[in-house]
Structure formats: structure tokens, C-alpha cells
Write a protein that binds this ligand. Structure first.
Ligand code: 13P
Ligand code: SF4
Length: 295
């Protein structure tokens, strides 16, 4: 057990995929980009990050002077290590005009080898502002393919990683769900495969999907991302209907962050995040470049 934390000393951040009750208890709920920005801007000495471990790591890298606590030690993003250092170094050597662009859903070690970090809400903007023509996009091959489709002027080399939960979405599943909910607009997260994204009326981050649904005149939506997003969609859009493409669209690691685990943090539970300084220093440059280019 660590030291207890006073609630007023902490900023509690939560991602849209954590259980509803945890979102309800948080000070701020957002997508990965908004959460990283909130952490950086906070004047509280402690950040309690209700999300998977790379999110807490990014907050710690951006705010080294703050105590960052994860309610659960073993909540990890399955994609975070899906790239090899050797591949990065080999490609960097082969192609001099290369930017290594790393999705924020990655380990601190991968971030430290990168030129810039992106999230699903700013990837197109950030990559378009990089001076290099050649882009090595890791680890998510699906987000990478989506960004490449938006920036034909650049040459992309894609990694092999993906989110097993989003990547499992099939065209058949989406078409079946569309048949079950006729007239519903399909909104997809770019971690879904390209064939699925092509069926979508909108492609964007969790926050982008929520903002699109809020502004849309449509009344019914089919959501191609993790089911936790339904909580904020229904809260923000009373009177509109939301469905996920499949019942099992669930990130089990995000669901480990229970209300009891969050409460226990204030009594000294949870895990304090630490990132070795030589990794943090390099990763910070890439993360700060994202904040600058993605603004
Ligand atoms: P967002 O940045 O869109 O919230 O996505 C995070 C994530 O983990 C998607 O699977
Ligand atoms: Fe990672 Fe996928 Fe879970 Fe998002 S939904 S945190 S990409 S495993």
C-alpha cells in the first residue's frame, strides 16, 4: 500500500471505455488526446488515471513532477508492444527522410524511438505537418492505413500491429447490424479494418464519434468502437438511439478499472507510474511534438 491521497489533491481522468460508474466519478472523461492535454494542464499534484497503462505512462512523461497513479496495475493495451525496435532502426537506416510516427497506444520504449506520437483524433493533422515525406507508422496498421488514405502525398510504411478488439470487426457483422437497425448511421473508430471503415458515415476517435452524433440530425447510430462509449453518447444525446456492432465489443483491460479500485486509490491503493528517465526524456520530445502539431 502507498500513501493515502486526498481527493482534492487529485485530478481523476477517465477514458470512455472504463465502466460507467468510473466515468461518472471522474473529473474529466475524454479520448486519448484530450486526456493527455488535461494531464499536462492540470495544477493538481496528483493524477489518477482510469485507463490502461500507456495512458498513465504518457501522463507521467508529460508531467514528471506529478504523482500519477493507476488504480489497477495489470490493465494494459494489447497493442502497446506490437512493434520491434530492430524494425524501426533498420528502416531509419535504409530511408534517411523518414519520420517514425507512433500511435499513442504504445509502450514508453517505443515512444522513445519515435519522431512524433499521434492519437486517432490528431493523426492526419500531425502527419501532414511532419516535414518528412516517408512515414513509418506503428504499431496500428489499421489507423496507419486510414491516415495514408487521407495523405496521398506521403509514402507510408505500415507496422503489423492492431487492436484485437477493433480489428475483429467484420463487414458481415456491420452489414448484419445495419439490417437489424435500418436507418442507423454507422460511426467507426479508425482502429477498425479499412473494409469496415469504408461502410462508415464518419470515421474518428471516441470523442470525434461522440461530437458527430451530438451534432448530427440523425436519431439512430451504430457504433464501431468499444461499448463503454455508449455511456457518454446516451448522456450527451438524450432522445437518440445508439447500438454497438456486436455485444462483445469490449476491452477487458479497460473494464478492470472498477469503482472499488478507484476508491481504493485514495486509501493508498493502486500503482504509482514510473518511467526510467532516459526513456522518458526521449519519449517526452515525441509527445510534446504531438501537442504542438496536433493543436
Ligand atoms: P481514442 O483516442 O479514440 O479514445 O482511442 C483510444 C483507444 O484505445 C481506442 O481503442
Ligand atoms: Fe488497446 Fe484496443 Fe483496448 Fe483500445 S480497445 S485500449 S486499442 S486493446
Amino acid at each position: 500500500m502507498g500513501e493515502s491521497i486526498r481527493r482534492e489533491d487529485a485530478l481523476v481522468l477517465a477514458h470512455y471505455y472504463v465502466p460507467d460508474a468510473v466515468q461518472a466519478a471522474a473529473d474529466f472523461v475524454g479520448d486519448s488526446f484530450a486526456l493527455a492535454r488535461k494531464a499536462k494542464e492540470s495544477d493538481k499534484p496528483v493524477i489518477v488515471f482510469c485507463g490502461v497503462s500507456f495512458m498513465g505512462e504518457s501522463a507521467k512523461i508529460l508531467c514528471p513532477e506529478k504523482k500519477v497513479v493507476l488504480p489497477v496495475e495489470d490493465a494494459h493495451c494489447a497493442m502497446a508492444d506490437m512493434a520491434a525496435d530492430a524494425d524501426i532502426l533498420r528502416l531509419k537506416e535504409r530511408i534517411p527522410d523518414l519520420a517514425v510516427v507512433t500511435y499513442v497506444n504504445s509502450s514508453a520504449r517505443l515512444k522513445a524511438l519515435s519522431d512524433v506520437i499521434v492519437t486517432s483524433s490528431n493523426a492526419v493533422k500531425v502527419v501532414s505537418r511532419m516535414p518528412q515525406k516517408n512515414i513509418y507508422f506503428i504499431p496500428d496498421k489499421n489507423l496507419g492505413a486510414y491516415v495514408a488514405s487521407q495523405l496521398p502525398e506521403k509514402t507510408f510504411y505500415l507496422g503489423w500491429g492492431c487492436c484485437p478488439i477493433h480489428n475483429a470487426t467484420t463487414l458481415e457483422e456491420v452489414r448484419r447490424a445495419k439490417e437489424a437497425h435500418p436507418g442507423a448511421l454507422f460511426l467507426a473508430h479508425p482502429e477498425c479494418p479499412a473494409a469496415v471503415c469504408r461502410e462508415a458515415a464518419y470515421i474518428g476517435s471516441t470523442a470525434g464519434i461522440i461530437a458527430f452524433a451530438e451534432q448530427s440530425r440523425a436519431r439512430s447510430f451504430l457504433v464501431g468502437t468499444e461499448a463503454g462509449t455508449l455511456y457518454e453518447l446516451r448522456r450527451r444525446c438524450p432522445g437518440k438511439e445508439f447500438f454497438v456492432t456486436r455485444e462483445s465489443f469490449v476491452c477487458a483491460d479497460m473494464k478492470k478499472i472498477t469503482p472499488a479500485a478507484l476508491e481504493a486509490v485514495f486509501a493508498g491503493g493502486g500503482t504509482e507510474v514510473s518511467v526510467p528517465e532516459e526513456i522518458a526524456q526521449k519519449a517526452r520530445i515525441a509527445l510534446e511534438r504531438m501537442l504542438e502539431l496536433g493543436a
